[in-house]
Design a protein around this ligand. Structure first.
Ligand code: ASP
Ligand code: MG
Length: 436
């Protein structure tokens, strides 16, 4: 079986939904994972903020506009009156629920319930559209099998058991449609795999059903060698290894949720990135195979905070790093980059929700400096740290202000930390040096 995931743009308009239908209509059984229609999750996040801030009128206004958009979509998409009625009723139910949330007090659970509605809407609408088009499709409710454990990791045993049981227990279909992103937590409450999590849903499903391949369909021809929003003349990379793709996704290439390749790499299930608007393009194929050498791609991640921790006593003082790391551990804040010298350590975090408490604790035994608005520019390629051209990178650095460099942490990644104001210049300069 294949697993195909379609992102928000792919289900964001009637034209694109029709493209998706044409892509999935032939070629054997498949599981189709859908995101919310583009823009919807952002609007639902904004709605939760309205609730948090007591802005009921704002929230109602937002919902009115979204309600109109959904009704316009189904009017254009569906022409059988019974299906249109059924989907119309479903949409009404979702919006009644969302309006009722405006009277509630904000909580994380309320937020999770609100943001899940986008995937409920897109999958319901799309499944009825396929039925209208005479396809043998059925809806698999993600909450009947997707669950995370207390560490927020997918509960693979539970997912495998339940998904296979459900598929075996219903009349066979050609296309099983399910919601990306949403899941239950270990207590059975509504939860999700974090923003962009539909990609992750697709590979989790791929791994538990032992899919031949997982395809992630978006609105771009796969991973590019640099960010096409900021740099001209980028091109899609045809082949990447799991390691390379993981580094790129983690360090900012927006196309893939950072965890996406984790579930499938150990089973060697290929992940193919494809463009819904241009299905004939090759895209990017991610497998365990290594292709090409040297620097393959550059990506950048914003909103990074750098922390410099200085100890007069680090010289010969063992246990200093342990003390530092324990504080980050306590506040469940992952560290991304790290460099050390004899008397100081610099590190970066991208989640600064506990920054104040962390700094306060560090200050008990060290001098601490915090720099906000930093960006990680990350260069990725198989064994690039050994490649003969890589040393030339340091010449480029004469022209950009680099706050930290991480070289050799992994063979496949070199990371530079720069001020976010210098990010574009750094991306372009490194791009010219590496690819032109
Ligand atoms: N709809 C969710 C989001 O916008 C999940 C996804 O698109 O992957 O984050
Ligand atoms: Mg996405």
């Amino acid at each position: 079986m294949l697993v195909l995931k379609f992102g928000g743009t792919s289900v964001g308009s009637v034209e694109n939904m029709t493209n998706v239908k044409n892509i999935i209509k032939s070629g054997g059984k498949k599981v189709v994972v859908l995101s919310a229609m583009s823009g919807t999750t952002n609007i639902l996040v904004a709605l939760s903020e309205n609730i948090r801030n007591g802005e009921v009128a704002e929230g109602n206004k937002t919902l009115d506009a979204l309600y109109i958009k959904y009704n316009e979509t189904i009017n254009e998409l569906l022409n059988q009156s019974d299906l249109k009625q059924e989907v119309g009723n479903y949409i009404d139910g979702v919006f009644d629920f969302l309006r009722s949330c405006l009277k509630e007090t904000y909580s994380e659970l309320l937020y999770n319930n609100i943001v899940s509605q986008g995937e409920f809407l897109s999958t319901f609408i799309f499944s009825r559209f396929l039925i209208q088009e005479g396809m043998n499709a059925c809806l698999l409710p993600a909450l009947d099998f997707m669950r995370i454990d207390r560490n927020k990791e997918p509960d693979n045993f539970y997912i495998r058991q339940n998904l296979n049981r459900i598929i075996d227990g219903i009349p066979p279909a050609d296309i099983y449609i399910t919601q990306g992103f949403i899941c239950l937590d270990a207590d059975g409450e509504m939860s999700n795999l974090e923003r962009g999590g539909s990609d992750y849903t697709a590979t989790i499903i791929g791994s538990v059903i032992n899919a031949e391949e997982v395809q992630i369909w978006t609105d771009i021809d796969g991973f590019h060698n640099n960010d096409p929003r900021f740099v001209e003349n980028t091109h899609a990379i045809s082949d990447l290894s799991y390691d390379e793709a993981a580094e790129l996704a983690y360090f900012g290439a927006k196309i893939l949720h950072p965890q996406t390749v984790m579930p499938v790499r150990k089973f060697d299930i290929p992940v193919r990135l494809k463009n819904t608007m241009s299905p004939e393009s090759y895209g990017t194929l991610i497998t365990s195979k290594i292709h090409g050498e040297g620097i393959k791609a550059i990506a950048a991640k914003d909103a990074i905070t750098a922390i410099k921790i200085k100890s007069a006593r680090m010289l010969n003082a063992h246990g200093f790093l342990k003390k530092v790391f324990e504080i980050f551990e306590k506040y469940e804040t992952p560290i991304d980059m790290i460099t050390t010298s004899e008397i100081a350590i610099s590190l970066t975090i991208d989640d600064d929700s506990h920054l104040e408490s962390i700094v306060e604790e560090l200050k008990k035994f060290a001098l601490v400096e915090v720099d906000n608005n930093q960006s990680i520019v990350c260069l990725v390629g198989h064994s690039i740290i050994f490649h003969e051209d890589t040393h030339k990178l340091f010449q480029v650095l004469q022209d950009v202000n680099v706050r930290m460099i991480s070289y050799g942490g992994s063979n496949n990644n070199i990371s530079l930390l720069v001020h976010s104001d210098d990010k574009l210049e750094t991306l372009r300069k490194v791009h010219n040096y590496v690819f032109n």
